[in-house]
Design a protein around this ligand. Sequence first.
Ligand code: FES
Length: 96
Amino acid sequence: MLEIKFEKQNRTLKAEPGENLRELAIRNKLSLYPHILKILNCRGRGLCASCAVEIVSGNVSPRNDVEQEKLAKKKNPGLRLACQINVEDNLVVRTL
Ligand code: FES
């Protein structure tokens, strides 16, 4: 069992290795989305970038092609799309 800490919310969630970060948050009723994007998001298809989070610590796989495209203009290398990450390590995550 992995531990995923959401820094701003001060919550630590238990995750199975390979579990999707966005789905983990939703399953635990932790919103990744600001404002109206709670309703108007792409539902994890990598189209809207509204699920962007910062990985503060822990190892994650490199950005995939979808993330490379959506986050290309972002300078922070720690920014990731939660819907594109399957957790494989204990993480500290900061929502935006
Ligand atoms: S939910 Fe739209 S990009 Fe992740």
